[in-house]
Design a protein. Sequence first.
Length: 257
Amino acid sequence: MKLTVLGCWAPYPRPGEACSGYLLQSNTTNLMLEAGNGSFAELTRHIHYTSLSGQIITHFHPDHYADIYCLRHAVEGARREGRINAKISLFIPRDPVEISSKIADYTEAFNINIIDDIPVGEEINGLKLRTASAGDLKLYFIPTMHSLPGYAVLVKSQGKSFFFSGDTGASEMIKKTARDADLFLCEASGLDQDADYLKNFHLTARQAGELAKAANARRLLITHFWPEYEPHELVNQARSGFGGGVEAAVQGNIYTI
Ligand SMILES: [Zn+2]
Ligand SMILES: [Zn+2]
């Protein structure tokens, strides 16, 4: 698999950059994770949106889903003009219902999958998880600890595993599901000084490092940066938690898994 960072800022972007957005690709499948402000335009630097197979929104904070409306109009237009037939598989949480029900009406663009309704399938590291697929990517959804209901996601393909935290505090479930991940993409919303403010809903960079270490992740990539901070400061704290190499997500960078 290959991960391209489309945006890494939260909850607002730096000039010319984007909020949360990632493109995960196998040889045959293009999956977009999150659709934060500005991420749709970034996607189109790398692939044509008509070649997208799926889109996952982990939760309904605007810095994770605002550009779903761009994708909706782009896909509806392409289908109307006969440039594509297929719809995009969209994975969204149910809550808040006033948001999900509105998006679920965009049936000209999307095949809607409400994550809460996906049946519990395979067992991973002792946990029964909601299991779906997008092309040849197997998806496993894990509830997060956040101020809105949401999900983290484990993706497996060709013997490799990728784990994305979404927005979350630390939990046993996340630690177990992320076990031995080849790449752990983890939110790092603040520095040590922010620990009280972020408590239970987000991770500091150090906590992201500690979580990845506890999960025995092979590689840690931190993201979801407060734009007033320099990512290298966050990397330094994440490194002391992880005890090894940590990278900060950089828009446009590609990471091979
Ligand atoms: Zn966020
Ligand atoms: Zn959030």
